[in-house]
Design a protein around this ligand. Structure first.
Ligand code: ZN
Length: 371
């Protein structure tokens, strides 16, 4: 009997442990809604492993991404910087991708082949993703690397242009090199958020040159240590794709359908930030408090970001101050003093954590019907 009980509990324990391992889910996964006409893909397209200057094996990157509920990752090893080369000789620059691809095979995670073209300022660092062979990008001069990336049909973005090691004022230094790459169709995006650093100046450059807006973790250590344990989420790029495929993702990146997200911060073009936040808030219930003209609107924040709003309506709130927060994945009952009973109300809130241009917040509308 004792033996049987042990066997049963051991069985449950095994199931529990393996169940946990198999799901790979962390306690707080990243969730953002689809927007009208598009599927929202959660991506982190700038990461490192021991195959360049990272500290982990590529399989760990896959497991971290699964825990965070990401849809897409790319391991973008420095082509020109391999500090672990003595211990891990690896002439084939595609190895990191191959190992990640194998690890992800049993899971619903897309792995994109990428590499980081690494140079001093003013060229800086750039990621080429959707390449077909990283080895062919290793070249003496950066111009050739960019040419080869284009030949492979790559989507290329400028990494951390505001990085203080290359831009001592913390402001990106634009040069002829970037102008020429854009003219040649060899540069398509720019990081506005890297490792949690948001550069407004990089955002301005993205809008000025019509570059795709990117946010990435640029993780070298562990996501848990560098972000989660500090109470942060990893920076990601939400990509609005027609389908959940590599081809659709690539099309969306070239078309610039993205929003960079870090914790409560959303950076993107108005046409994508607005529907994203609008879809992120669900109106669950609408009713007047008995014998009053105070309208109660139950709002659910379905995203993983705390959303900060400011009232933009002529009507005032009863309970909340004009600036209020709906924490991630929670519900809030807003009480609006409509002065008389209405059949419908246009709820108008400014999203204070979101930017559609430097220093400019979007105003989000919801059509509220009173039953
Ligand atoms: Zn990097």
């Amino acid at each position: 009997m004792q033996k049987l009980r042990f066997l049963i509990s051991a069985l449950f324990l095994t199931q529990f442990v393996f169940g946990q391992l198999h799901s790979h889910k962390a306690s707080k996964t990243l969730n953002y809604p689809d927007i009208d006409g598009y599927i929202t893909l959660k991506t982190d397209l700038h990461q490192h492993s021991v195959f360049s200057d990272g500290d982990v094996w590529p399989t760990l990157r896959v497991q971290e991404a699964l825990r965070d509920n990401l849809d897409v990752i790319s391991l973008t090893e420095h082509l020109e910087y391999q500090p672990h080369k003595k211990d891990i000789p690896h002439p084939d620059r595609n190895r990191s991708y191959a190992i990640a691809l194998k690890e992800a095979a049993a899971h619903d995670l897309l792995i994109i082949r990428g590499a980081e073209i690494t140079r001093a300022a003013p060229i800086g660092h750039s990621n080429a993703v959707f390449i077909s062979d990283a080895n062919a990008l290793v070249a003496k001069d950066a111009v050739t690397s960019f040419e080869m990336a284009k030949k492979q049909g790559a989507f290329v973005f400028w990494n951390h242009p505001a990085w203080h090691a290359q831009a001592p004022k913390g402001n990106p230094i634009w040069s002829d090199f970037q102008d020429e790459r854009i003219k040649n169709g060899e540069l398509h995006g720019i990081e506005v958020i890297n490792t949690g650093d948001y550069a407004e100046e990089s955002f301005a450059l993205a809008l000025k040159h019509n570059l795709t807006i990117m946010g990435t973790s640029d993780i070298h250590g562990l996501i848990d240590w560098d972000y989660s344990e500090k109470g942060h989420q990893r920076p990601i790029t939400l990509v609005f794709a027609k389908e959940r495929t590599k081809e659709s993702l690539k099309e969306a990146l070239f078309k610039g359908r993205t929003v960079a997200v870090f914790n409560s911060l959303f950076i993107g073009k108005s046409e994508f930030v607005k529907p994203l936040i609008q879809s992120g808030i669900t109106v669950q219930k609408v009713n007047y408090i008995a014998n009053t003209s105070i309208l109660e609107i139950t709002l659910k924040n379905t995203t993983s970001s705390d959303l900060l709003f400011e009232n933009e309506m002529d009507y005032n709130f009863y309970h909340h101050p004009p600036v209020f927060e709906i924490p991630a994945e929670t519900t809030l009952i807003l009480q609006v003093k409509t002065l008389k009973k209405l059949d419908a109300l246009e709820l108008k809130l400014k999203a204070l954590g979101a930017y559609i241009a430097p220093k400019e917040h979007p105003i989000i509308h919801w059509d509220i019907k009173v039953k």
